[in-house]
Design a protein around this ligand. Sequence first.
Ligand code: COA
Length: 394
Amino acid sequence: MTRIGIDDIAFYTSNFYLDLHILAEKRNTDHDKYASGIGIEKIGIPAPDEDIITMGANAAIQILEQCDRHKIDTLLFATESSVDQSKSAAVFVHRLLDLPSECRTVELKQACYSSTAAVQIACALVARNPEKSVLVISSDIARYDLESAGEATQGCGAVAMLIKADPRILSIEPGSGCYSADTWDFWRPNYCSNPKVDGKFSIINYIRTAKECWKNLAKNTGVDFNSIYRFCYHLPFSTMGLKAHIKLGKEMSAGKTQQELEAQVLPSTVCCRQIGNCYSASAYIALCSLLDNEQDLAGKNVAIFGYGSGCAGEFYYGVVSDSYQKMLRTDHNKKLLSAREAIDFSTYLEFYQASDTKKYQDGNYTTPAVTPGMFRFSGIRNHARMYDRCADDL
Ligand code: COA
């Protein structure tokens, strides 16, 4: 049977971040609650001329510079912070990336879960035509009300993955475990720019969904918890994945200690601590984090859990390819995070207010040039969103 999975993976985040020491002081909160309790130190804040399209294009261009773009016959864009009610983010990015016109383009939504649905759909498409590849982009801006419990769990980021036959990073095993239920833990009505959240319930719902998905994965594939070396979870904040894994592991593993269980997840949480929540992109930025921060994964099983409030979840696993290290961008990724610019509290508020869309309502608006990224959102002309490619080098 043809092996299908992740052949290449790259991520991107804004060049700007807010250090949570600053937020802790302004919100009169113990910084340890952020650093230890939720496990986030810095949150990525998009510049006024960045959005899911620019971040997604900035992630994907890294992959496209090293593959045959004419073999890509589908672009799936997973997001829950969409920029248009009708036109898919995939179409915008398709032009920016100069993909073939015969490419299929579509956007997927189910809160933070849609990236995992996109990966599974991509695998099915490649199984139908193993000569072709599918580009999956997942990009989100996690935004909550100012002074809300969720404020410290904001963030932004995008991940791009090339799904193809004979993958050089992760062969995804057929079969997975899904779970869906109609719940109200997190949602964003069309008339709201920020989500409605029942934070405590969302944690309970996440853990319940992880357990149900694992049980369904085990039932469908016969996989044993102890055969999985490392786990990547959707990370709305880094301790969420750890908390869920410890609860799951105590039930499913044959006597693994808390320390052993933590070691199975911690390498995948390094980026989340530096970026914050990236909604649908977060489980796959966790995978990038694992690949960059763990020593030797060749031949090992890695499980991935995608969760989207509302709710839908899926657990699946894959086998890391022998030559995966040749595909890594570890130095580039570390530099991407370390070279970011820290912003002060008033700039944070300015960037936060900049995403208010009321100013677009007369149909024309020019955004200030701020991001140093390759792609930028330059404004609105006659209600159409405009994008520029600003640089030729990564
Ligand atoms: N030092 C160290 N840890 C501290 C602390 C301190 N001073 N103060 C609190 N903590 C710990 C708490 O014990 C808790 O950990 P625990 O759950 O393991 O006990 C954690 O920090 C969070 O504290 P809590 O009081 O529960 O935070 P909160 O009520 O302000 O909000 C969320 C937490 C997650 C509910 C909130 O950030 C939110 O609504 N986020 C958005 C929704 C979300 O991300 N949901 C996740 C599933 S998708």
